[in-house]
Design a protein around this ligand. Sequence first.
Ligand SMILES: [Zn+2]
Ligand SMILES: [Zn+2]
Length: 170
Amino acid sequence: MRVSRIDETAVDMYENRLFTLQTIGEKFGVTRQAVKKFLNNHGVDTSDRLRPQKCYNCGKEMLRTRKRVRELKRPCCSRKCYYELINNPNYQQSRQGQRIAREVIDKLTTLWHHMNYVAHHVDGDDLNNDPNNLWAFKTNADHMKFHRFGESEAYIVSKLQWEKVSKELS
Ligand SMILES: [Zn+2]
Ligand SMILES: [Zn+2]
């Protein structure tokens, strides 16, 4: 029998990176049918079942097709959440600050890998990415709660622990 050109990384590509059968096939130089067969033989369900995805704004879980999960980087469960997200000044201003902060946080802990958390700069300076200046909020709703009402729960990056946070204390 011919040795398959596909290897185990195809499973990760399909399950975690959400590549299409077509794309995976192209990477290994085989047909999409061959990829499907390989995945099925390795216990992977390739039926187009819905997958859980969290609303980027409120954290509510939704069921979405692979295609939708792949396409939407900041999925929202409702129009309300979508408008809250695009009207959030932090979301608008600090994309680069978020990116750098997340790099710092992801190096210190694996807790947040693959999660759509919101990094918060305690002193308001996006360029100050010292761990002492960083908190992480589980959802944008938790983050907005802090900015609007002055109280929420955050992960204190320098301490690697959860705490109730309030504006008076920061
Ligand atoms: Zn939502
Ligand atoms: Zn913030």
